[in-house]
Ligand binder design. Structure first.
Ligand code: 2KA
Ligand code: SF4
Ligand code: MG
Length: 248
């Protein structure tokens, strides 16, 4: 905001009262780490929003969208932006990860959450599937985006999961890391096509897996080919440490 713009107190107050559809918040009572990507290993709090615009077969958070298996009334609550900020600021942990589901489905309501978190001295990262371009107001607040475009091998149609304009908007924001889940070396070839075509960088690869054994096996399958391409490699630390327990 420029100094000459008036501060609209009423709008700020009503924004704080906006309610978001939340699946779970964790990391305050039972501490944890960011398990994936550039901040892997950093102590972190998590706000997991409910709902997604994709239906990946290999999704590990189907309780945010798959109402054939889960009951949306049991799996979601509405919480105000002010309540989410108060929850996060009750902890000294600096990093707040906003994930889902697909959190940017609610990005208009997230502006107020992000503003409150940054004002309280937090660092904010989004985990997003990269299909929805980030609003300029979110980018302006200095957040980072871990963008995970989903490949066909993840059980989704790429005509839905690969949205060139959105991916290119993330790349142009200067605030994104592109974190691809991979199972095979063939997946790495597809990642190379996508990152070349849409000029996506930096590239991170993360082994698919919801058990430590699966992650170790996939890590070994991928490591040489990831290193050869000079890409970044991340594990899923929370799966190794906590066996993919919900709320860790
Ligand atoms: N510890 C931990 N780190 C994470 N990083 C990304 C997560 C996600 O589910 O998006 C996640 C998660 O669920 N737990
Ligand atoms: S985009 Fe993410 S949250 Fe949505 S269905 Fe796919 S894996 Fe699940
Ligand atoms: Mg997870």
């Amino acid at each position: 905001m420029t100094p000459s713009e008036p501060i609209d107190i009423n709008s700020a107050a009503s924004d704080a009262a906006l309610r978001l559809i939340v699946a779970e918040c964790f990391g305050v009572e039972v501490p944890t780490f960011q398990g994936e990507g550039p901040s892997c290993g950093h102590p972190a709090l998590f706000i997991r929003l409910s709902r997604c615009n994709l239906t990946c077969a290999k999704c590990d958070t189907k309780y945010t969208w798959d109402w054939s298996q889960f009951d949306p009334r049991k799996e979601s609550t509405k919480r105000t932006a002010a309540d989410l900020v108060a929850w996060a600021t009750s902890s000294p942990v600096e990093l707040v990860v906003i994930t889902g589901g697909e959190p940017l489905l609610q990005q208009a309501r997230l502006v107020s959450v992000v503003r409150g978190l940054i004002a309280a001295g937090k660092r904010v990262e989004f985990e997003t599937n990269g299909t929805i371009a980030p609003a300029p107001e979110l980018v302006a607040h200095g957040v980072r985006f871990n963008v995970s475009p989903k490949l066909a091998s993840f059980g989704v149609r790429e005509n839905k999961s690969i949205v060139p304009a959105a991916l290119e908007a993330f790349a142009a924001s200067g605030r994104a890391a592109f974190k691809f889940v991979a199972s095979t070396v063939a997946d790495l070839d597809r990642i190379a096509e996508l990152t070349d075509t849409h000029r996506l960088a930096p590239v991170w690869v993360m082994p698919e897996g919801t058990t430590a054994d699966a992650i170790t096996a996939t890590t070994r399958v991928l490591a040489d080919a990831v290193a050869t391409r000079h890409w970044h490699f991340t594990t899923r630390l929370h799966v190794l440490a906590f066996a993919d327990a919900r709320g860790r």
